[in-house]
Design a protein around this ligand. Structure first.
Ligand code: ADP
Length: 296
């Protein structure tokens, strides 16, 4: 159904009362190590929901790499193109403050070593997918090569512009949809950005994408396409931890598109999966399984 081309990171999380300044040391809580990375989160979320899912990515030959491989495998993700690079895996160093606010440093490690040659080796898996999902935590030349390979084979390209970075127009032209939150939309629109999410969703089409989805946190999402812009509200839930909610949303969207839903119907399902993912702590650990009751 879905192939994810993207990052695989270990999230190293420490709670702190306050963050250290330059030259300063503070004591934090016990370290928690969770499987993460936008690519792996999406792959796990889509597989949990019952999709046939493959990932193209790289981990290091360290202990984190072994943990990350296990987490993907246990979720049922095809690991045939999860490659191992000598050296460290990608890690996200995360401090969580007293208000639950995150500060994050990502060290890409093995993710930075994903190449167009890796894409060429995975061509068969990419060509067989109905939907190929991308984010921007792996090198842009690999993303471009894989998006072209997917489109050439008749696959649907979904790009999450996260973290926000400039991308060439010919990549935008393949996106159906481009998935962005409000910050990423504002980044892409630059001077043409506004405070009105609906205007922003429409303006994204002006950047050449075939369709666009703007996620709005608790407010749900906007779907923009040829037929205009539609608001898709999210179910109301008690938000405990929004980490990885966007990845769950995108994964659910991709899976439903792969199964033939319209973009709007897929988004109506995806907001429910996104809302389910904020109800408990963590990213992958909070993702619903096929058959679970989703919030309405
Ligand atoms: P990102 O994490 O990429 O910034 P959002 O915060 O927009 O993405 O969240 C993605 C989706 O997750 C939303 O469209 C919504 O369905 C769901 N979601 C996020 N936060 C909440 C919340 N507080 N309550 C309900 N649903 C939420």
């Amino acid at each position: 159904d879905v192939v994810v081309v993207g990052s695989v990171n270990a999230d190293l999380v420490v709670g702190v009362d306050r963050r250290p300044g330059p030259g300063e040391t503070v004591l934090g809580s016990d370290l928690a190590t969770h499987p993460g990375g936008k690519g792996a989160n999406q792959a796990v979320a889509a597989a949990r929901l019952g999709g046939r899912v493959g990932i193209l990515g790289r981990v290091g030959d360290d202990g984190h790499g072994a943990l990350l491989r296990t987490a993907l495998g246990e979720a049922g993700v095809d690991l045939g193109h999860l490659l191992t690079t000598p050296g460290p895996s990608g890690v996200a160093l995360i401090t969580v403050g007293p208000d639950g606010d995150n500060s994050i440093i990502v060290s890409p490690g093995a993710n930075a070593r994903l190449t167009p040659a890796d894409v060429a080796a995975a061509r068969e898996m990419i060509a067989a997918a109905s939907v190929v999902s991308f984010q921007l935590e792996v090198p842009l030349d690999a993303v471009l090569a894989a998006a072209r390979a997917a489109a050439d084979a008749g696959g649907r390209v979904v790009l999450n512009l996260s973290p926000p970075a400039p991308v060439p127009d010919d990549l935008l032209a393949l996106c159906d949809p481009l998935v962005v939150n409000e910050h990423e939309a504002a980044f892409l629109l630059g001077e043409r950005s506004t405070d009105d999410p609906e205007a922003m969703a429409g303006a994204l089409l002006g950047r050449g994408v075939r369709s666009a989805v703007v996620t709005l946190g608790a407010a749900g999402a906007l779907v923009a396409g040829l037929a205009g812009t539609t608001a898709v509200p999210s179910p109301k839930v008690e938000a405990v931890d929004t980490t990885g909610a966007g990845d769950a949303f995108t994964a659910a969207l991709c899976l439903r598109l792969a199964r033939g839903d319209t973009l709007e119907d897929a988004a109506r399902h995806a907001v429910r999966v996104g809302a389910a993912a904020v109800r408990s702590p963590g990213a992958q650990s909070s993702y619903p399984a096929a058959g679970d009751d989703l919030p309405t």
